[in-house]
Design a protein around this ligand. Sequence first.
Ligand code: SAM
Length: 219
Amino acid sequence: MTRLLREERFGRTALLTQNLVPGKRVYNEDLLQRGGAEFRTWDPFRSKLAAAMIKGLPGAIVGEGAKVLYLGASTGTTVSHVSDLVGPGGLVVGVEFSPRVAREFVERVARERRNVIPFVADARDPSKYSVAKVDVVYCDIAQPDQTEIAIANCRAMLRPGGVLLLVVKSRSIDVLKDPARVFVEEKKKLESGGFEVKELVELSPFEKDHALIYATMRS
Ligand code: SAM
């Protein structure tokens, strides 16, 4: 089942997620009634996952009931929508290493949402937040070695056949190199690390020099 709606608003495609905590906003999103339930608008200029979904990434990848390990939770804007998507039967483990940012994440998102577990930890050490196997690993940490970090987390916690969604910010990896080349190099690292790359979605015009790679881990 999907808790995601796609509709035309003001002449462009908009995404809405079913609000896990009706009546509560996380940022300045709109709350809208659709089919007897409350939905939140999901801004692709503020969330790379929304940008990728607007640009064709299938929404069903993060489905109802899924368990998600989210690396680079920041203040929780995207985590809150992932929490909506997986719903009350799902789980989002949010990892953020900056204590100041993590405090905001807890106050804005984790405190209100019972399917979100926050961890103040470095994604380089998955043993610090090891939980049971997850269905999806989402990684958006903007580090030069983030592909290696994502692979290590998948080996520790992703179920065989599970999904990796990796945000690549080309300037974090190499400021001088052509972004398209950086994206292909990171994709190759995943392929030689035991992943099948399904899609590479460039995120312009929502985010400059960013791509999201959708891959599955071979069993
Ligand atoms: N995904 C967020 C969103 O869409 O709302 C934005 C993430 S922001 C680009 C990157 C975040 O990753 C920052 O909050 C940063 O503190 C965090 N981060 C960077 N390196 C990390 C690491 N090694 N472990 C955990 N978090 C890290």
